[in-house]
Structures are given as C-alpha cells and as structure tokens.
Design a protein around this ligand. Structure first.
Ligand code: HEC
Ligand code: HEC
Ligand code: HEC
Ligand code: HEC
Length: 506
C-alpha cells in the first residue's frame, strides 16, 4: 500500500508525517549551520591578545594571538628527523659528496655547505656558515647585505625603513644587528586579515616584468607563492641600481634550465671563474618552485602547503600545521588525505624517484670533475683562450644543468621527469666538452688520460683545490665569540622600543 493511500485513510497521520519532516529539516539545518560556524571558528577562533603592526618581526608576539600556529612553527627547531636523503638533521653535504668541493672550486660553497635544517635556524645558520666569512674590525664579509633577504621577517621591516635598493646595498655584516628573528609570520601573512601576503619584492617584480598580476593569483596558488618568495632561483643584478647587488629572479624567458641559461648568457652573467678550469660559471640557487611547477602534483593544482603544511586537528580545532618539514615525517597528514596507499608504499615511491635521479646525477658530477681537471691540464700545457673558449662554455652549461637539478630541494620527487631530463641534457653537453678536451690535449702533446684526483673525503678535496680550512674556521670562531653577541645585545635594546599594545577589550 502506498503512503498516499494510508494517509487518505488516516488524515491525522498525514499531519504527523508533515510536521515531523519540517522538524527534521529544521534540525538538519541547525546542524549544518553549526558545522559551518565551527569550521569558521576553527580557522579564525581568536580574540586578539595584542595588537602590533605588519612589520612586527618577533614571531612570539604574533604567537600570542595564534598559539597553535606558533607552537607548531616552533617545532621547526626539531632536528631529529632524517629521511633517506633529506630531513631536518644537519648533514654536511661536502663530506657526503666531496665532488661538490671540486665543482665549486673558487666559490664560497666549496668551503661549507650543509643541508637545510628548518626555518627556525635560518638566521643562525647564515651567521655560522663559513661562506659569510668573519667580518671583524676592518675586515668585510665576502657576501653582500642581499644575502639576508630570505632569512627573516626583519627583512620586510628594514626594507620599509630603508627602501628596497638601499636594503641590498653594502656588505653582509651591515645588517647583523638588525636581522635577528628567523623566518616567520610577517613573511607570509598580512597582520590585519591574516591573509597570505607576498613580502619579497623580487617575486613581485618578476611577475610584473613577465606581465602577470600576482594580486590575481588564486588562494590555492598563494599557498605555493608564499614559498616561491625564497625557494626559487635568483641572482644579484649589478646593472639595475648603481653599486647595488639587486636580488632578481631570472624568469623573463621562462623557468626551465635552458630558459634561464639563455637569460644569463645574453647578459654575459658570471657568478665566478672556476679555480681549476677558469670556466665562467653559474651557481644555481634553489629553483624549487620552478621545477615543482613541471611535476604531476602541480599540474593537478596541488600546492606546497598541501604537503608541507597539512591541516591538523587539536582539541577539535582544525588548523594549518606550521611545522614545515619533510612530509616523510608525517605521511598520514601530508599524503594520505589524498592517497589510500600504505605509508611504506608511499615512502618507497619517493625513494624510488630519488634513487634513480641521484644515480645519473652522480655520474654527471664525476664527468664534470674530470672536465675541470682536464681543462686545467690544457692551461698548464699552454692552451690559448681561443682554444678553450668553446670548451669552457660547454662546462658552464653542463654544470649549470647539474646544479639546477641538484639545488632545488625535493626536486627529484616534486618533478622526477623534468629533473631527469635536465641531468640528461647536462650529460650530453659534458660529453661534448670532454671530446673537445681529449682532442685539444692530444694536440698539445698529451695523449694520455688525465688522472682523476683523490677526493675521497671533504678534507682531501679541499686540500686539492687549495683551501686553508683551519684559517677559515679559526676566524669564524673569533667572529662568533666577539661580534655576534654584540649584534644580539643591540637588537634586544632596539626591540624593547617596539610598540605592542595589549588589547583593551580583554
Ligand atoms: C605532493 C607533495 C609535495 C608537494 C606539493 C611539495 N612537496 Fe616538497 N617535498 C615533498 C617530498 C615527499 C619531499 C622529499 C622529502 C624527503 O626526502 O625527506 C619534499 C622535499 C622538499 C624540500 C626538502 C626538504 C628537506 O627535508 O630537506 C623542500 C625545501 C621542499 N620540498 C619545498 C617545497 C616547495 C617550496 C613546494 C612548492 C613549490 C613543495 N615542496 C611542494 C613533497 C611535496
Ligand atoms: C612560510 C609561510 C608562512 C609562515 C612563515 C607562517 N604562515 Fe601561517 N599560514 C601559511 C599558510 C600557507 C596558511 C594556510 C592559509 C590558507 O590556506 O588560507 C597559513 C595559515 C595561518 C592561519 C589561518 C588559520 C589556519 O591555521 O589555517 C593563521 C592564524 C596563521 N597561519 C598564523 C601564523 C603565525 C602566528 C605565524 C608565525 C608564528 C605564521 N602563520 C607563519 C603560511 C605561513
Ligand atoms: C623568507 C624565506 C622563506 C620562505 C617564505 C619559505 N622558506 Fe623554506 N626555507 C628557507 C630557508 C632560508 C631555509 C633553510 C633554513 C636553514 O636550515 O637554515 C628553508 C628550509 C626549508 C625546508 C627544509 C627544512 C627541513 O626540515 O629540511 C623546507 C621543507 C621548506 N623550507 C619548505 C618551505 C615551504 C613549503 C614554504 C612555503 C609554505 C617555505 N619553505 C617558505 C626560506 C624560506
Ligand atoms: C591534495 C592531494 C594530494 C596530496 C596531499 C598528495 N598527492 Fe600525490 N597525487 C595526487 C594526485 C591528484 C596525483 C595524480 C594522480 C592522477 O591524476 O592519476 C598524485 C600523484 C602521485 C604520484 C604519482 C605521480 C608521480 O610523481 O609519478 C605519487 C608517487 C604520489 N602522488 C605520491 C605522493 C606522496 C608521497 C605524497 C605526500 C608527500 C602525496 N602524493 C601527496 C594528489 C595528492
């Protein structure tokens, strides 16, 4: 019997069914609106404890208003996680791979290169690395002030005070007492709305030059673009503003290794002359964002934050995990929101890509070391600039491709095909260089193999390229003992004058 027949027989039941339906719909509506409200609360459940300006650089002050995000952000202090190739533990990359010492001979990275730890250490690690030298008294650092740009929310503050070009001017130690707070809230957020915000001019300028408007970026794109403020390739342009190494992203021709190489070649840009081969070298910084864009996840619209800053839940409140780290330390939240596979399976997938890329990357490194050593031999045998020109250009291009593929952290997972392709093109160029080298060596009367150097350890490799490491280390210790504590004292004094008002509505 259909309901309609039943209701015809018992009209009162019709009313009961009708009213029950109304009540159920009403209750469902209440439930739905309460869920929506809770979510909104979860995202923005806070009564401001303090008020501060956009240029407040101290993360602990912002943290008073957003304790959960702040507490998770503080966990970037943890250095206990080590994955197969990455993680937050300190790894001495030159010790792991002494070939790099030879590849960077004559450049700062040959002195010291440690695998990134975490945002909490950005400022400390910059002071400690041998690359920034030991500016004491009249002695200046080999690095410019520009080097601070991706380290701290003191940077947007200081740029606001000094102007952008003026910020980049002068030696590194110029901002020593100004830049003390590690990467934090003000780097990525608008203080008033807490919306994501681009605080670094180089990214804004690169968008402008290539005719795009960053203000039109979607919310999901912003969840990657905040990272692209720092995890990108860049160089110091000395032609833009007189006497200023102006931080610039070489994106005008496009983002691949070839596009950027053409950009650098056109302006005859050289990072340094290689100490052994004298090749006019390029140093890749960390084109993480650029390579990422070519991968499967990017093409499916997934952002950096999806894997590196997943949602967390604590006491029923959902929030964004600010413990930015290797996602392999948190596969449940980082991967399994989208993938159903077991943790082990997913980690294996990551390792499989990394293993295979690293296999061909190691080969490219070996061939590059040989090319530098053979070029050195050519010079010793009296080769001319003209004879060497083409060979050195090949070395420049092959090593650029290696560095582009190696320096973007995470690239062999983010985009294995593009990373592999870039290394393969480096392999073919270095093969060309070595063919030319073999011919030239024969022409110069050296018809034998040039022996591969003994660079089994970092120390041996550094000795081979003629670095006096003891001196560098002693000077650094002195700098850390004598100069840094003074910087910190002055910074603390300056910060006591910053305006922070307790919220009067409390
Ligand atoms: C689909 C998930 C996913 C996305 C999206 C993603 N990554 Fe990664 N990322 C990983 C994995 C997995 C690794 C490898 C971690 C390891 O080996 O321990 C990694 C590694 C890294 C590393 C090196 C980490 C370390 O421990 O040294 C950095 C830096 C990084 N990614 C930055 C980014 C940036 C910037 C973006 C966006 C442009 C991004 N990632 C997008 C999954 C992702
Ligand atoms: C490297 C960039 C970055 C830094 C540094 C950063 N955040 Fe975030 N924050 C994000 C991203 C990305 C989101 C997710 C935003 C979204 O999807 O709307 C977020 C979300 C938030 C939200 C919104 C609620 C939530 O949990 O999703 C708050 C509040 C917040 N962050 C506070 C902070 C505080 C406080 C600090 C400093 C201790 C900080 N953030 C540092 C990138 C950053
Ligand atoms: C203001 C510049 C800046 C921004 C913005 C930034 N990073 Fe970083 N990031 C760094 C620096 C510098 C380091 C190296 C810090 C160190 O070890 O001293 C680093 C290190 C990392 C590491 C390595 C940590 C580890 O455990 O090995 C990961 C992963 C990472 N960043 C991901 C991201 C993601 C994802 C975003 C965007 C949500 C982002 N970063 C935004 C500058 C930045
Ligand atoms: C926001 C959703 C999302 C997250 C988070 C995510 N993935 Fe994916 N992943 C995808 C999508 C979508 C694809 C493409 C699959 C397709 O379209 O068939 C994909 C593809 C893959 C692939 C195959 C593509 C390739 O690179 O060859 C692997 C492997 C993978 N993901 C591993 C991971 C791992 C490991 C993590 C965590 C670190 C992760 N994913 C996080 C959505 C996600």
């Amino acid at each position: 019997m259909a309901i309609s027949d039943y209701v015809k027989k018992h009209p009162a039941m019709g009313w009961v069914i009708f009213l029950t339906t109304v009540l159920v719909v009403f209750l469902l509506g209440l439930l739905a609106s309460s869920i929506v409200e809770r979510r909104a609360e979860a995202v923005f459940a806070y009564t401001p404890q303090v008020e501060y300006s956009q240029f407040e650089p101290r993360n602990e002050i912002w943290g008073k208003n957003f304790p959960m995000q702040y507490q998770s952000h503080l966990q970037t202090q943890d250095t206990s996680f080590r994955s197969k190739y990455n993680g937050s533990a300190t790894i001495d990359m030159l010790e792991e791979n002494p070939r790099m010492v030879v590849l960077w001979a004559g450049y700062g990275f040959a002195k010291d290169y440690v695998q990134a730890r975490g945002h909490y250490y950005a400022v400390k690690d910059l002071r400690h690395t041998l690359r920034t030298g030991a500016p004491i008294g009249d002695k200046t650092s080999p690095m410019p002030a520009t080097c601070w740009t991706c380290k701290s929310p003191d940077v947007p503050r200081l740029m606001e005070e000094l102007g952008v070009a003026e910020f980049y001017r002068g030696p590194w130690e110029r901002h020593g007492e100004e830049i003390v707070n590690p990467i934090g809230c003000g780097d990525c957020h608008d203080a008033e709305s807490m919306n994501l915000r681009i605080s670094r001019p180089a990214l804004l300028e690169a968008f402008e030059r290539t005719g795009r408007d960053i203000n039109k970026a979607s919310h999901q794109e912003m969840r990657s673009l905040v990272c692209a403020q720092c995890h990108v390739e860049y160089y110091f342009n000395k032609d833009k503003v007189e006497g200023v190494p102006y931080l610039t992203l070489p994106w005008d021709n496009g983002l691949t290794a070839e596009d950027m190489e053409a950009y650098y070649d056109n302006m005859e840009f050289v990072d340094w002359r290689h100490k052994l081969s004298k090749a006019p070298m390029l140093k890749a910084q960390h084109p993480g964002y650029e390579i990422y864009l070519t991968g499967t996840h990017a093409s499916r619209g997934i952002s950096c934050a999806d894997c590196h800053m997943p949602f967390m839940s604590e006491g029923g409140q959902k929030f964004t995990d600010h413990h930015i780290q290797s996602p392999l330390n948190n596969v449940a939240n980082s991967c399994q929101v989208c993938h159903r596979e077991e943790t082990e399976r997913l980690i294996k997938d990551v390792h499989a890509r990394q293993d295979k890329i690293i296999q061909s990357r190691n080969k490219l490194e070996e061939l590059l070391v040989s090319a530098h050593v053979e070029a050195k031999k050519c010079w010793e045998l009296g080769a001319t600039e003209k004879q060497m020109k083409d060979i050195l250009q090949n070395i420049r291009h092959a090593q650029w491709r290696w560095d582009y593929a190696a320096a973007g952290h995470g690239s062999s997972f983010h985009s294995p095909v593009e990373t592999g392709r870039t290394i393969a093109s480096g392999l073919s160029i270095v093969a060309e260089a070595r063919l030319k080298l073999a011919r030239l060596l024969a022409q110069l009367g050296h018809n034998k193999v040039v022996p591969y150097p003994d660079i089994a350890t970092k120390a041996k490799a550094q000795e081979f390229i003629g670095l006096d490491m003891d001196k560098l280390r002693t000077e650094k210790e002195l700098f850390l003992e004598q100069v840094v504590p003074r910087w910190l004292e002055k910074a603390a004094e300056r910060e006591t004058a910053y305006k922070v008002s307790a919220n009067l509505n409390q």
